[in-house]
Design a protein around this ligand. Structure first.
Ligand SMILES: NC(=O)c1ccc[n+]([C@@H]2O[C@H](COP(=O)([O-])OP(=O)(O)OC[C@H]3O[C@@H](n4cnc5c(N)ncnc54)[C@H](O)[C@@H]3O)[C@@H](O)[C@H]2O)c1
Length: 372
């Protein structure tokens, strides 16, 4: 069956969704952008139909709607997609508050629709390999879980984007934008759940050009009300200590999502800018694993689509994620698919981090079991 899919948002990530959808064999039947005129432009460029209103979206009868718009649009657009019976892929953060994210997860469950969130770093084959080895008990008890996600694209006071303004991006910028990826990945790989956080935020660039939701030319100055960087200490439900630092103002770092998970028997280090290898540390011997379709766990091999030495990365993660979402729509769910429940979980962690940064106190993540 060829799935009919509609894409809301034709920016950076909308284009990546479109490509992944086509590669997964879907028919992209329409695209919506920030205005009717921009929807027509995007439709022309993509060779599809413009979606100028939710009424037009309903008429298209899409099986799957991809929500790829600025964060503040996600709730309304995802609710509209669910209300017409579509399955939904909604970009992260699922919503700009955990209450709204939970409401969307509940709506998707009630509607019995497949509803996923692109925490796509889960789809690096070597991430799956580490996860499989964790599940096989190769790491032993966790000693420390740490890492960072660093970028530099907002380092200059001249840099801006809709994400900078809380009204469009939400009350947390850097942590919700990229810290959410790191936390999802850490929980996915290690099986640990963040129970409490101590967070601190910094805004190093106090003023930027005022952004618009379509990133069109700014005409005035904005006093920045979202963080440029954050550090978060956490404890997991089984009392493991961890720490993550995120930044959008770290010169020379583009998308350096990096983790080190230290167990009693082994450590693992992964850098998503170099996803073809993972370092495995041992007390007497270390090892560098290389991605290969013929090596590792079944999951790692399944997601390894290119021969070894022909680099695969972020684009293939997106392709695998979208293909797995469509498989679930067609009744063949696969392990590891990030759902709206994971999106809501992420939003609860973000809310706890915001609250901790605001109050200067340790804050318990809402759905975590509280220990003494
Ligand atoms: N999963 C990932 O790895 C990943 C990576 C990048 C971005 N994202 C997420 O994707 C979303 C979009 O980010 P981006 O980087 O593509 O932003 P972008 O600015 O490049 O694109 C946003 C697009 O949405 C359009 N738009 C604005 N308002 C709209 C509306 N009301 N209806 C329809 N379209 C509208 C804009 O014209 C633009 O084309 C964000 O939520 C972001 O967090 C996720």
């Amino acid at each position: 069956m060829t799935l009919r899919v509609a894409i809301l948002g034709s920016g950076m990530i909308g284009g990546i969704h479109r490509r992944a959808a086509i590669l997964a064999g879907a028919n992209v039947v329409g695209v919506m952008s920030s205005s009717p005129a921009r929807s027509e432009e995007a439709a022309h460029a993509w060779g599809t139909e413009p979606i100028r209103s939710f009424d037009e979206l309903a008429v298209l009868d899409a099986d799957v709607v991809h929500v790829c718009t600025p964060n503040a649009q996600h709730v309304e657009q995802t609710a509209a997609a669910l209300s017409i019976g579509a399955h939904v892929i909604c970009e992260k953060p699922l919503a700009t508050s955990s209450d709204q994210a939970e409401a969307l997860a509940a709506s998707a469950a009630t509607a019995a629709r497949v509803a996923t969130v692109p925490f796509v770093y889960r789809y690096h084959p070597l991430v799956r390999e580490v996860r499989a080895r964790v599940r096989a008990g190769e790491f032993g008890a966790w000693q420390l879980l740490h890492g960072s996600y660093l970028q530099d694209w907002l380092l200059s006071p001249r840099d801006t984007n809709w994400r900078v303004e809380s009204a469009l991006g939400g009350p947390s910028r850097t942590f919700a934008d990229i810290g959410s990826h790191w936390c999802d990945l850490m929980e996915f790989v290690t099986g640990e759940r963040i129970e409490s956080v101590i967070a601190d935020f910094t805004t190093t660039v106090p003023h930027r050009p005022h952004p618009a939701s379509d990133n069109s030319m700014p005409t005035r100055t904005l006093t920045v009300d979202t963080e440029d960087a954050a550090s978060v200490l956490f404890r997991t439900a089984s009392n493991v200590l961890g720490a993550v630092t995120v930044s959008q103002v770290s010169a020379g770092r583009r998308n350096r999502l990096w983790f080190e998970f230290d167990g009693a028997s082994a450590s693992a280090v992964f850098d998503q800018e170099f996803p073809e290898t993972v370092w495995m540390g041992g007390q007497s011997q270390d090892q560098v694993l290389h991605r290969s379709p013929s090596v590792g766990s079944a999951d790692a091999r399944r997601l390894s689509s290119l021969p070894p030495g022909h680099a695969q990365g972020y684009a293939q993660c997106f392709e695998s994620f979208v293909a797995d979402t469509y498989d679930a729509v067609l009744g063949n769910p696969r392990d590891g698919l990030p759902t709206f429940d994971d999106g809501a979980r992420s939003a609860r962690i973000v809310d706890a981090v915001i609250e901790s940064a605001r109050t200067g106190t340790r804050v318990t993540v809402a759905d975590s079991p509280v220990t003494a």
